[in-house]
Design a protein around this ligand. Structure first.
Ligand code: TRP
Length: 371
């Protein structure tokens, strides 16, 4: 089946093994997981389930850390709308890494990118979304003294000086090959990858010593690192950034990435309980046409969006997860009950998140950096 993964578009059923080959990354092995869990002192189900499934130089970052050196975490968000659960996936894992390694986190909000990319968004809108999204980031529970969140247009003095060095070493033909830019692409977008690469080198510049970045992010962002940041690092005498890649949280529809463009296929962090109930009620399942048929034949958890939500976020316990799977298969667990349980877990999660998000409004100053 044909699928497409670019930083601005994800289409079709993604074959993640194929991406490992296409992008030239490495699968996360059980040995690597074991080593990470030893340092972290606890496991994370995102690793066990291979939701974080691929990496570049993550093993070297661990070596570097074990030799007594510091590294920094870097991730980000394109503020084109409200935050949905899919966005939280890499952030939740980033928090695990921050706790495990006591590392600094640099978090980029690309209000410039989303303004230049989207013909319908004004800069004022993307700038506002940046600060709305920042509340969700803070609500995850990052350490205030070690976390630096910035909107590109408010941190431009620092970032621009790095970005022009990156841009000077990046030709248009490289940018075209990496991102598929054409003659119709606006020139802001052609420069933009340098802005997203810049924070890879920021920790080294701020500290005045080699502090490599480790980037936990969905795999669609990989072209920035592979094609730009890693390609120029040597030339600029900065350490190459390492990556650890996750899958996309599936949407509540039949297939493909959870998309902000179809609001019913995603749960947003600002959704009400009623929204959740409505969206889960509408969600695509692996259920049969009638209750009778389902009891007889069993459901198909493999294709079920509800099951995927348990798998990705809402059932950490592997034994309990396989009970859900088996009970669905055997026809003992019906969609109605299974959906009701998921909806109540999502609502519980959102209540906590929304409380933390409210409190984050008074904490912005502790996290946001500007220049
Ligand atoms: N371009 C990303 C997006 O559209 C935002 C982003 C900026 C980012 N820097 C990042 C994402 C680093 C992951 C890691 O969502």
């Amino acid at each position: 089946m044909v699928f497409k993964v670019t930083p601005w578009e994800v289409k079709g059923k993604v074959d993640y093994n194929k991406l490992i080959n296409q992008f030239g990354t490495k699968p996360i092995t059980d040995d690597l997981i074991e080593e990470l869990e030893k340092i972290a002192g606890k496991s994370h189900f995102f690793l066990r389930r291979k939701i974080f499934f691929s990496h570049r130089d993550f093993d070297n970052i661990i070596k570097w850390y074990k030799a007594g050196n510091e590294f920094a975490l870097y991730t980000g968000r394109g503020p084109s709308g409200n935050t949905h659960l899919g966005h939280l996936l890499p952030w939740i894992f980033t928090k695990y890494l921050q706790d495990a390694f006591d590392a600094e986190l640099y978090f980029q909000l690309t209000d410039d990118e989303k303004f230049m990319y989207n013909p319908d968004l004004t800069l004022e809108q993307t700038h506002n979304f940046a600060y709305e999204n920042a509340l969700d980031v803070i609500a995850i529970g990052f350490k205030p003294k070690k976390t630096f969140i910035f909107a590109n247009t408010d941190y431009a003095n620092t970032l621009y000086k790095i970005a022009i060095k990156v841009a000077k070493k990046t030709t248009f033909s490289t940018a075209k090959a990496v991102f598929g830019f054409t003659n119709e692409t606006n020139t802001g977008m052609i420069f933009f990858p340098a802005m997203q690469a810049a924070p890879c080198f920021l920790p080294t510049i701020l500290k005045g010593k080699e502090v490599p970045a480790l980037i936990p992010a969905a795999i669609d962002q990989d072209p920035y690192w592979r094609g730009i940041a890693r390609a120029v690092a040597d030339k600029l005498n900065y350490p190459k950034p390492a990556q650890i890649h996750c899958m996309f949280l599936p949407g509540l529809g039949e297939e493909g990435k959870m998309s902000a463009s179809d609001p019913d296929s995603a749960i947003f962090t600002t959704d009400s309980e009623k929204d959740v109930d409505k969206k889960i009620a509408k969600a695509f399942t692996g259920g049969r046409a009638t209750v009778e048929e389902q009891k007889r034949k069993g459901g198909i958890p493999e294709v079920c969006s509800i099951y995927k939500y348990y798998y990705f976020l809402f059932e950490e316990d592997d034994k309990k997860l396989s009970e859900i799977f088996n009970n669905c298969r055997s026809g003992n667990l019906l969609c109605k009950e299974c959906k009701a349980e998921l909806a109540s877990r999502i609502k519980r999660f959102l209540k906590k998140h929304q409380d933390a998000r409210e409190k984050a409004k008074d904490k912005l100053d502790l996290f946001i950096v500007k220049d």
